[in-house]
Design a protein around this ligand. Structure first.
Ligand code: ZN
Length: 65
């Protein structure tokens, strides 16, 4: 059975957490829950790595890009 790896995608959604200001670009930073799906060959199942990122103008390109 073929493995469909196209399912792997980056999903970023804004969380309800309060935002603060970046000292570098002076823009408001958003706390974003960043979910990355990873296929494990060992367990033959998808895992989801979740982590919170602070997104501002400094890194929004690489996070959303
Ligand atoms: Zn910044």
């Amino acid at each position: 059975m073929a493995k469909d790896r196209s399912f792997a995608a980056k999903v970023a959604k804004a969380s309800g957490k309060k935002s603060d200001q970046c000292s570098v670009c002076n823009s408001t930073t958003n706390h974003v829950l960043f979910v990355k799906s990873v296929y494990s060959d060992q367990t033959r199942s998808w895992k989801f790595n979740e982590r919170y990122l602070r997104v501002c103008k400094c890194n929004q390109q690489e996070v959303y890009g």
